[in-house]
Design a protein. Structure first.
Length: 249
């Protein structure tokens, strides 16, 4: 796939500027694939082949993934997601979902990832996934204008019973480390985080099994989503205010 992938991405790179900025290209790039049931996904996860991280690293480099997702999977811009320290099972699932068209936020960025995943075999996806999982959690050097407030930390750690919002940390982990198909969020780039939360909220991102994620975004306000993005972007900072704060009762 290596050769194929390079060819397709070189073709892509010339169109990249327009793909990334133009919504004219944000077409329905594939028939919407059938959503996963939990049983189907469990089967797919069981059949996931053992990934080879060193091969994954080569694919990451030669497949030009690094031009957007950065050396070692730490994104150089706020716009693209970091992939470093991501859960292997989550990365594998989301690559499958881009390939099938199930993950399709109807913008140029999803189209780009749909094209980039076309030549991939499941082995390639497993190799990439394991490679990213082995990289260190991104430690972003961001200084927030306003520190993350207690209400946001409460949302993460305690949720909000009145709106049936389950604490983010109960699924994504106390340190935003994720588990299985629940993604790691620690150190995730801010703009990507906001964009994908908004996509769940307005039902453009629908690849989550049984709306396992989307159900918690419907009632979040824009400013809550922004604050949650700040919280997770700075979670892995060694001297972060957010990481060291507890919930005040
Ligand atoms: C031109 C830039 C670009 C290139 C090249 C690129 N990506 Fe992406 N990728 C993106 C953007 C932007 C997103 C986020 C899309 C969105 O906003 O919904 C993304 C999303 C992803 C995600 C989902 C991340 C998450 O947290 O859900 C994975 C995994 C991924 N890319 C892997 C790859 C791999 C592997 C390659 C190489 C074969 C690659 N990408 C090449 C820009 C790129
Ligand atoms: C019941 C478990 C659960 C809860 C609670 C939950 N999530 Fe999620 N979240 C998930 C799963 C599972 C996914 C992956 C879904 C998919 O495949 O698209 C996800 C995906 C995400 C993503 C996309 C990450 C990426 O790399 O694309 C973000 C951001 C996110 N969650 C933030 C939050 C925040 C913030 C909260 C709290 C308000 C929260 N989640 C609560 C299970 C949960």
């Amino acid at each position: 796939m290596k050769k194929l992938l390079i060819v397709s991405l070189f073709g892509l790179s010339s169109a990249m500027g327009s793909v990334m900025s133009s919504s004219a290209l944000a077409s329905d790039h594939a028939p919407k694939a059938q959503a996963w049931t939990q049983i189907e996904w469990n089967k797919a996860a069981r059949e996931m082949t053992q990934g080879d991280a060193s091969r994954g690293e080569i694919l990451h480099r030669d497949g030009l993934c690094l031009s957007c997702h950065g050396v070692n999977g730490v994104a150089p811009s706020r716009n693209a997601p970091s992939l470093a320290a991501q859960q292997a099972e989550y990365t594998y699932k989301t690559l499958l979902d881009y390939q099938s068209g199930l993950r399709n936020e109807h913008d140029g960025k999803a189209t780009l990832m749909h094209v980039a995943t076309q030549p991939m075999s499941k082995q390639d996806m497993a190799d990439l996934a394991v490679y990213y999982a082995q990289q260190a959690t991104p430690n972003q050097s961001i200084v927030l204008d306003t520190p993350v407030d207690a209400a946001t930390i409460r949302l993460v750690k305690k949720g909000d019973v009145s709106r049936m919002i389950v604490p983010c940390a109960s699924c994504h982990g106390a340190h935003g480390e994720g588990r299985g198909i629940t993604p790691a969020l620690a150190g995730q780039t801010r703009d990507y985080f906001v964009r994908t939360m908004q996509a769940y909220k307005d039902k453009r991102r629908t690849n989550d099994i049984h709306q396992g994620m989307a159900q918690f975004t419907y009632q979040l306000t824009d400013s809550e989503i922004d604050a949650l993005a700040d919280y997770y972007a700075t979670l892995n900072q060694t001297s972060s205010q957010s990481a060291s704060q507890g919930v005040k009762k």
